[in-house]
Design a protein around this ligand. Structure first.
Ligand code: SF4
Length: 95
């Protein structure tokens, strides 16, 4: 067996201008996980403010949910394995 993470999809991370709004249900998940404070400020471990700013402009065309997903949401998704060279390695399990 290899040490490589099993993943089904490699999903390209794309960018758009300006900040995108996170859906409320995603915010709730982030808050529950302690990744967002009550004011809606993101607190992701190991992510610098500069990276965070960039992340807020990023999205993926999610092959599981079949829609455009905010990268922050993808980052905390249970299918998220890692991000390598501008691509998300996604487990691809049904959500
Ligand atoms: S990790 Fe989750 S949100 Fe990201 S592409 Fe995979 S299923 Fe979609």
């Amino acid at each position: 067996m290899s040490d490589e993470l099993e993943h089904k999809h490699e999903v390209e991370v794309k960018q758009r201008e300006g900040r995108q709004k996170l859906p409320d249900d995603v915010k709730d998940i982030l808050k529950e996980g302690g990744m967002m404070d009550e004011k809606g400020k993101l607190k992701l471990k190991g992510v610098s403010p500069k990276m965070l700013k960039k992340m807020k402009q990023e999205y993926v065309e999610c092959p599981v949910l079949k829609s455009d997903i905010h990268f922050v949401q993808c980052f905390v998704c249970k299918n998220f394995q890692s991000r390598v060279m501008g691509k998300v390695l996604c487990k691809g399990d049904p959500l």
